[in-house]
Design a binder for this molecule. Structure first.
Ligand code: GTP
Length: 365
């Protein structure tokens, strides 16, 4: 129940925001949220004061609601600055009129000026400093006026004013909690996105060197601790320089992307693959013996050999790979030693004519 409400609110906050990682999305969400919460507040005021037959509050709240809907629409259609600036204008006007004339300063309603100040600090960043200080200055001045003067409201008795203080306290606290929650959850998603970017190779979409080597350290450590077998492979495209020289660098990139996609599609979920450098890749197979790994890598080699990679001009580029494999050994204490063995295997595979596999286990005991 709670999660579906959260999902609904999230969907509302994200309306029309397609680029998840735009710089100023945080502000747009806060603006969207502020309008929505403001509309709910206006609807409550309209309901309560219509019921109490205090129609001037109803009219004021209806006008505020109407303007808030205009602001919300500005935010949705991309007129962000208009949307940003309209919000504090409506809220300052409404809070001032309600506090000073209708509810009385003892109602505590003027504490909503503090949420306007918080809004200004979140929404107006460095490029809108002047607007920010105007909004903060006016809100602060009006807040102080309300704090220092004692006007009796037209509509609220002192009992009503006491109730109003409690309601305003909860509303302002809720406002702050939601905005903080909103900003934190967005920071989390941006962090996650940045981490993925930092670990991904742009051309092939595979893990980059840093990520695959970090995986190598972890998988090696897990395998040693759990006394499980594990195989490291280095894969290298054959005569790739010739492909570049013959078909052009762009065609070379296409081959790298296509071969990477093929290799990623033939490994299992538990395996890791990443681009080690230029046309070299690492495959790490946890909980796998050398026999099973050899069969899988032979399948990968065959799949790449069978590929039909066609350039824009319809020319088919033949491509093959050579693979060096090495399994974990009880005498090995560092993953680099297994990688060095796999590299040795690759060298042997290349020297023996390419488009083949070579297993190495020549560890120094
Ligand atoms: N198109 C393209 N080429 C790249 C990229 N990274 C490295 N290369 C090229 O890959 C080629 C690698 O050539 P070599 O190391 O001589 O290896 P090879 O031609 O594959 O020969 P063998 O490995 O011995 O079969 C170089 O010409 C690099 O310029 C890339 O991202 N895109």
């Amino acid at each position: 129940m709670f999660s579906s409400v959260k999902q609904f609110i999230n969907a509302l906050l994200h309306i029309n925001f397609e680029d998840e990682f735009e710089n100023d999305l945080n502000q747009k969400h806060v603006v969207n949220f502020s309008y929505m919460i403001f509309c709910v507040g206006c609807l409550l005021l309209i309901a309560v004061f219509t019921f109490r037959q205090m129609y001037s509050v109803t009219i004021l709240s209806s006008l505020s609601l109407l303007m808030a809907l205009v602001g919300l629409r500005y935010n949705l259609i991309g007129h962000f600055f208009k949307a940003q600036i309209l919000m504090p204008i409506i809220k300052i006007a409404q809070t001032a009129i309600l506090s000073l004339f209708y509810f009385g300063t003892a109602s505590g309603f003027h504490w909503f000026f503090i949420s306007v100040i918080a809004y200004a600090f979140v929404v107006f960043r460095t490029d809108r400093q002047a607007v920010k200080y105007w909004v903060v200055g006016i809100s602060l001045a009006l807040f102080l006026v309300c704090e220092l003067t004692h006007t009796n409201g037209l509509y609220l008795s002192s009992a009503d004013q006491e109730l109003s203080i409690v309601l305003v306290f909860f509303a302002v606290t809720f406002n702050f909690a939601m905005v903080i929650n909103l900003v934190i959850s967005r920071l989390k998603s941006v962090n996650h996105h940045l981490r993925i970017l930092a670990e991904k190779d742009e051309l092939t979409g595979l893990s980059n060197r840093r990520k695959v080597l970090a995986d190598a350290v972890n998988i090696f450590a897990d395998s040693v601790i759990n006394r499980e077998s594990c195989v490291f492979c280095i894969v290298d495209l054959d005569h790739f320089k010739k492909i570049n020289d013959t078909f052009g660098h762009e065609a070379g990139d296409l081959v790298l992307a296509k071969v990477s996609a093929m290799m990623a599609s033939v490994i299992r979920l538990q395996d890791e693959i990443g681009r080690y450098g230029g046309e070299e890749f690492i495959v790490i197979m946890r909980s796998t013996g050398i026999k099973e790994a050899t069969e899988m890598m032979e399948h990968m080699r065959q799949s790449v050999e069978d590929m039909l990679i066609e350039t824009e001009n319809g020319i088919v580029i033949p491509v093959t790979i050579s693979i060096g494999l090495a399994g974990i050994d009880p005498s090995v204490s560092r993953y680099e030693e297994i990688l060095a063995q796999a590299d040795k295997g690759l060298y042997v595979a290349k020297r023996s004519g390419r488009n083949r596999l070579s297993v190495q286990s020549d560890y120094q005991h």
